[in-house]
Design a protein around this ligand. Structure first.
Ligand code: NAP
Length: 249
């Protein structure tokens, strides 16, 4: 992938990996647009990077996803890169947590349905532009779930599966579909308490950009490479290992 001259939408670009990506990509591209729920976080990102275009949007809402897609195609018709990055997680006990069903729905809508909705709405438009890409952000946990996340693993595994199918189905089109699987990364995701094994955000994004430049369709970052191999050869061991690493992602 050419990392210059693009018009890029990064969902959840106001924090962590999305914000770091915005910093890197804003330099040589036509436009970087980010969205998120919190207007305050979006304003802070804009203060740091005045060239950013920001738009407030709650992707867990079907209507807001549709509005975002409409706004993008109207105001940024040259969009050629969609990065489905926004997500959230609930680290809770399934059987003893109040409002657990609302949490499940919120994760499924945000982490899985929103990327599908944006892909469906923007694909016809992306196709018309030069070098179109859809980049889905997932996790090493697509290979081996972590037991204290009742829904997160499943939403990312579902997105992984959808990404594989979508890539195959659109292989004769000009749209490239890429997946980036991160290990634990030191971002606000961890609420100030990142696991010991977490890698710096800058390193995670460096590796992602290198993978994109090389044209790798499934980019496994750092420890995810090993987890992938182990989960194929010794799935029970991989499961045990992932769940023994305290606060591993
Ligand atoms: N950090 C890790 O250890 C790690 C590991 C593996 C994979 N990942 C993946 O990397 C991606 C980015 O994570 P991160 O670590 O950068 O997390 P982060 O710092 O918490 O950032 C998440 C971003 O998503 C936005 N967001 C969340 N829910 C949203 C919604 N309903 N609508 C719109 N925007 C929403 C947040 O903004 P608002 O809160 O303002 O909405 C924020 O900008 C995620 O897909 C995550 O699954 C992270």
């Amino acid at each position: 992938m050419k990392l210059s001259g693009n018009t890029i939408l990064i969902t959840g670009g106001s924090s962590g990996i999305g914000l770091e990506l915005s910093k890197r990509l804003i330099q040589n591209n036509n436009k970087v647009i980010i969205c998120g729920r919190s207007q305050r976080k979006l304003n802070e990102a804009k203060k740091q990077l005045p060239e950013l275009e920001i738009i407030q949007c709650d992707l867990s809402s079907k209507t807001e996803c549709a509005n975002l897609a409409r706004w993008i195609t109207t105001h940024h018709p040259n969009i050629n890169v969609l990065i489905n990055n926004a997500a959230l997680v609930h680290k809770v006990d399934f059987l003893s947590t109040e409002n657990i069903m609302e949490m499940a729905e919120l994760e499924v809508e945000t982490n899985f349905m929103a990327p599908i909705r944006l892909t469906y709405a923007l694909y016809p438009h992306l196709q018309k532009n030069t070098n179109p890409k859809i980049i889905n952000i997932t996790s090493g946990l697509v290979y081996t779930p972590r037991v204290d996340y009742p829904f997160y693993n499943a939403t990312k595994a579902a997105l992984h599966s959808f990404t594989q199918v979508f890539r195959k189905k659109t292989k004769h089109s000009n749209v490239d579909t890429i997946e980036v699987m991160f290990p634990a990364v030191k971002t606000p995701w961890h609420n100030g308490n990142p696991p010991k094994i977490a890698i710096p955000t800058e390193k995670a994004v460096d590796d992602m950009l290198k993978g994109l430049e090389k044209g790798i369709p499934e980019i496994r970052i750092a420890g995810v490479k090993l987890l992938y191999q182990i989960s194929r050869i010794a799935p029970k061991f991989a499961f045990k290992k992932v769940n023994s690493l305290q606060d591993a992602q």
